[in-house]
Design a protein around this ligand. Structure first.
Ligand code: AMP
Ligand code: MG
Length: 497
């Protein structure tokens, strides 16, 4: 670690602190025994305007481990509630996270800088406020993979080993993650105040969200309805993107759904290998509430909880408020449908969607499900079919197409022949939508095992590098693209938090 004193510390400018004190609790991170850097993200730091020298400095290490308070930072834990697996919990809040403050990036965008695993807070209940290394590595890998795929997400700025162990199924090494988000305001933040009947706080929070995330809507005739509609649209688009990459969030509780529309809380999440619309990974999701094909519907259910919380603000006439909310929630289906169609058109290389495309897509998915084809490789194989130019490296025998798929391809090629765009454009469109590399669950697991059991971070670094360029297939990286062997398949991911 570099100790140059010329490094410039980030400047905090925390608007959330201007909200009433019942929105948060000021609370300090708890220092850790022996902070050791695992990784930092200077590329993200640069986007945020954080001095790379600072990020690599001993001061940053101490600040991001929670051992030292940065200048201008007044750490706090945010209050929220949430529906967890369908049941309401009135008191959640950051039980193991500290918001160090907000920073304004050079492009004018504002971000939260939060530590996760930084010790207990007034919202910890019986939790220890800590995080094991495994979940920190998982979140780092998957959030950065999602960002590279162009999916709105919280980001990871740094991970630091604490030198302490935490007790879960057994003892595990501890770590602290630095998480960056456009904000951490959740559907559950609204529910927290709405369920207490604190309408004033709901309004204050809604005004704050309008100003921070949807400032173009402040002057709208019905700003709160416009806010609801905007969140609905963002979530519909987000979840359509998840579906397009075979991503299963795993814990779509309302406290894990952000108003800004970024993916948050990478717990027992995973990208699926073999296509199975009923796929569940999470060991805690016994009923399959958050399975792959249920995600769009759960999105709407969660947004209904937001609508409910906003109800008193939507219209002074209660019935009209209810009718407006209902209309907005109905529109979710339309927004989701349009977003999903766009996602699938991109994957299939279609620039002007037509009526028959849905059936074509459904036939493909049915073949994939029947033959248990690997979701990512199957779509990538379609890219290989339209590829031109010597630079494109095809999957080769990494994916073997069954006969039914070859037959389907003829229909698909006929459809493409009627689509106006040129080959190069189509190739670029499909390349972005059909990555060769996702953060495969068995690879994530290998990276975690090496780090936790042997203190070896090389598999983590190697996998991270690959998923940061998800569309650029090279035969030398074939191993990272391959579907797991039967004995490598990870059936469940554990919350392990
Ligand atoms: P999550 O499962 O990460 O969405 O967390 C749900 C709730 O449990 C949030 O209020 C967290 O802050 C809290 N929580 C999770 N793990 C811990 C922990 N180790 N210590 C304290 N609170 C926790
Ligand atoms: Mg959460």
């Amino acid at each position: 670690m570099n100790t140059t004193s010329s490094a410039v510390s980030p400047e905090f400018d925390t608007t959330f602190a201007s909200l009433p004190e019942r929105f948060y609790s000021y609370t300090q991170p708890v220092a850790v025994a022996h902070a050791t850097p695992i990784i930092d993200n200077p590329t993200l730091g640069k986007e945020l305007g954080i001095d790379p020298q600072w990020l690599a400095s001993d001061e940053a290490l101490q600040v991001l481990a929670g051992n030292q308070t940065a200048m201008g930072s007044a750490p706090m834990a945010q209050a929220y509630a949430g529906h967890q697996f369908g049941s309401f919990n009135p008191q959640l809040g950051d039980g193991r996270a500290h918001l160090l403050g907000e920073i304004v990036a050079p492009n004018g965008e504002r971000f939260d800088l939060q530590l996760k695993g930084s010790g207990p807070t007034p919202y910890s209940r019986r939790g220890d406020g800590r995080s094991p290394l495994g979940p920190v590595i998982r979140e780092y890998l998957i959030s950065e993979a999602m960002a590279s795929l162009g999916v709105p997400t919280t980001r990871s700025l740094a991970a630091i080993a604490t030198g302490e162990s935490v007790m879960r199924q057994g003892p595990a090494p501890g770590a602290v993650l630095t998480r960056i988000a456009p904000s951490h305001i959740r559907v559950g933040t609204f529910e927290y105040f709405a369920m207490q009947g604190d309408e004033e706080a709901v309004k204050t929070l809604a005004d704050y969200c309008l100003k921070r995330h949807f400032s173009h809507l402040i002057k709208h005739q019905q700003p709160y309805l416009a806010l609801l509609n905007a969140v609905i649209e963002r979530q519909a688009k987000l979840i359509a993107q998840w579906q397009g990459f075979g991503f299963i969030h795993g814990v779509m509780n309302t406290d894990n759904m952000l108003i800004c529309g970024a993916t948050v809380d990478y717990g027992p999440c995973a990208f699926m290998d073999q296509f199975d619309p009923e796929k569940v990974f999470s060991s805690i999701d016994r009923q399959g509430r958050y399975r792959y094909n249920q995600q769009p519907g759960i999105g709407q259910w969660n947004l209904a909880r937001l609508a409910q919380a906003l109800l008193p603000l939507l219209h002074k006439d209660d019935e009209q408020a209810l009718a407006d909310a209902q209309q907005s929630l109905d529109n979710y289906v339309k927004h989701y449908g349009a977003a999903y169609q766009l996602v699938m058109s991109n994957k299939l290389g279609i620039s002007k969607p037509q009526g028959g495309d849905q059936a074509l897509t459904e036939q493909l998915l049915a073949i994939m499900a029947e033959h248990q084809l690997d979701f990512t490789l199957c779509f990538r194989y379609l890219l290989d079919q339209v590829a031109t130019g010597a630079k494109h490296q095809p999957l080769g025998d990494a994916f073997i197409a069954p006969n039914e798929l070859v037959v389907w391809q003829q229909q698909w090629q006929q459809r493409l022949a009627t689509d106006p765009q040129g080959q190069t454009q189509r190739y670029q469109q499909m390349k972005r939508a059909n990555p060769a590399f996702i953060a495969r669950n068995h690879q994530v697991e290998l990276a975690i095992r090496a780090a936790e059991d042997k203190g070896d971070y090389q598999p983590f670094y190697a996998l991270l590098k690959v998923v940061q360029s998800p569309s650029d297939y090279q035969q030398t990286l074939r191993n990272f693209a391959l579907a797991p062997m039967p004995q490598e398949v990870v059936q469940h991911t554990f919350c392990g938090t």
